[in-house]
Structures are given as C-alpha cells and as structure tokens.
Design a binder for this molecule. Structure first.
Ligand SMILES: Nc1ncnc2c1ncn2[C@@H]1O[C@H](COP(=O)(O)OP(=O)(O)OP(=O)(O)O)[C@@H](O)[C@H]1O
Ligand SMILES: [Mg+2]
Length: 255
C-alpha cells in the first residue's frame, strides 16, 4: 500500500474558559509515500492542529487518522516533527542536540549515530558538531534541527513553518537544502507554510484550507518540473499562474 497517511473526517473542538473553539471540520486527505504535500491557509485556521493530530500529540474530537493503513493512537516512532523555531537546546552542542531523540527513545544501536555523523558530513556541519547553536548561522541551525528530526529515521516529516524565522535570502537557500535532504533521504513530508511561493516550489500537491472551522477547500496537483530544485522551480513558466490562483483562493474565495 502506498498511502502513508490518511485523515478521515477529522474534526477538532478546543474547550477553553471562554467556550468552545471549533478548529477543524470534516478534514479528510491522504498522503502517498514519498510525496511532498504543502498546507496553506489563513492564520489560526488549524494547520498546526492538523500536524499535532497526525503526530498523536492531540486527539481529534471526531474522525480517524491512519498511518500505514493502521489507526494511529499513540505518538508514532515513524513521525518526525520540526517546528517553526529550530528549538535546539542552547546548552547542548549541535551533536548532543542531534542525539537527543536517540537518548529519549533509548536507542542504543550504533548505526543510528553513524547515520547522524554521515548526515553532518553530507550537509556541511561536520566541523561544527561540537559548536553550540548560538555559534551557528540561522541556516546552519535549521539544517541541524532537520538532522535531529531525522535522527530516529522517521518515515514521515511534519514541518511547521520551518523557515519562517529566517530572512528572505537565507530562507530560500535553506528551503533548497532542506528539500534536497528530504528527497535524498526518501522521506515523505507535510509542510505547513504561509509562503505561497515556498509551497509551489516544493510541493507535489497543495492543500488549501478555509478559515475556521477549517475544511480542505481545494487540493492542487502542482505540475512544475519535480526534477528541479525549489529555487529553479520558481523560474518555471507556470509558477506565476499558480501563485495568482492560490493567492486568489486564499484572499478572495476564502471568506
Ligand atoms: N491549545 C489550545 N487551546 C485552545 N485553543 C487553541 C489551542 N491551540 C490552538 N487553538 C485555537 O485553534 C485555532 C487553530 O489553531 P492552530 O494553531 O492550529 O492554527 P494555525 O493555522 O496553525 O495558525 P497559524 O497560521 O497562525 O500558525 C486557533 O483559533 C487557535 O486559537
Ligand atoms: Mg500554526
């Protein structure tokens, strides 16, 4: 079976002191193995909530989540979650940060550490592995955070606006690097982003969410050349048509 993830009629209501907030309403979609899916939608519509449900951190009020065809009830070992901020611990070196998931999951198998060293080398961080996060550039920290996310060899990566803390130039180049790593390591990824260009330049498919209570209002197959890097895909002839269409969906048709 090629379907790594399926959300079936997911709804989510948060209960707060001021009453109930209906965040998600009947959200269904699935993701195939190896696919790169981007999720865009208005601020506060429930994108992070979707990722938290997939990661098993919160329970939906209704509906089911299937991972590899199985109903997912506990946080899964097969999922890596990379948050908006790199969230490296400042008192740990880059290397010790990257080993953290192995410590938490008590993984002793030396092959995991070897794999991490190989990733450090491959992605230009070998000389910096004894450095602390504050001694690295924003882009290097983001790469280190991704390597940490890859530490326990997750099949599915959840990326919640992972580049939003970076300046524009760095953001484009780090997005390129991170995309490259994800593809080379044969991972499946779900990227939540506010940046339409970032979504078009990375995704095989884009889900457009409505405002709260959020539904999937459209799913688009993005027909840019997937053999190109995200940076090159920005130069595709159909790029601006996609941008306009998604911009319209988000800003005018999403009332
Ligand atoms: N723990 C919580 N308790 C109560 N309400 C919450 C909680 N987490 C999120 N919400 C509410 O649920 C809605 C969806 O939040 P969520 O963080 O999933 O949105 P988002 O699409 O990721 O937003 P953004 O684009 O700003 O990151 C918001 O209205 C938010 O206020
Ligand atoms: Mg969010």
């Amino acid at each position: 079976m090629n379907e790594i993830l399926k959300l079936d009629k997911i709804s989510l209501v948060y209960h707060t002191e001021n009453g109930e907030i209906s965040a998600l309403d009947n959200v269904s979609f699935s993701v195939r193995r190896g696919e790169f899916v981007a999720i865009i939608g208005p601020s506060g519509c429930g994108k992070t909530s979707i990722l938290s449900i997939v990661a098993g951190l919160i329970k939906p009020s209704g509906g089911k989540v299937y991972i590899n065809g199985k109903e997912n009830e506990k946080p899964s070992e097969n999922i890596g979650y990379m948050l908006q901020k790199d969230e490296l611990f400042p008192w740990r070196t880059i290397e010790k940060n990257a080993f953290l998931p192995l410590e938490i999951k008590r993984i002793k198998d030396p092959s995991y550490k070897e794999k991490l060293y190989a990733l450090f080398k491959k992605y230009g961080l070998r000389e910096f592995r004894k450095s602390y996060p504050s001694q690295l550039s924003g882009g290097m920290r983001q790469r280190a955070a991704l390597i940490r996310t890859l530490a326990s060899s997750p099949d599915l990566l959840l990326l919640d606006e992972p580049f939003s803390a970076l300046d524009y130039q760095t953001r484009i180049s780090v997005c390129n690097d991170v995309y490259d790593i994800i593809k080379k390591e044969n991972k499946t990824a779900i990227l939540v982003t506010h940046d339409i260009s970032e979504a078009i330049s990375t995704a095989d498919r884009i889900l457009v969410m409505s405002k709260r209570p959020s539904k999937v209002i459209n799913v688009h197959d993005i027909d840019t050349d997937k053999t190109l890097s995200p940076l090159k895909r920005r130069e595709s002839t159909n790029f601006s048509a996609w941008f306009e269409r998604l911009w319209r969906e988000l800003n005018y048709e999403n009332k």
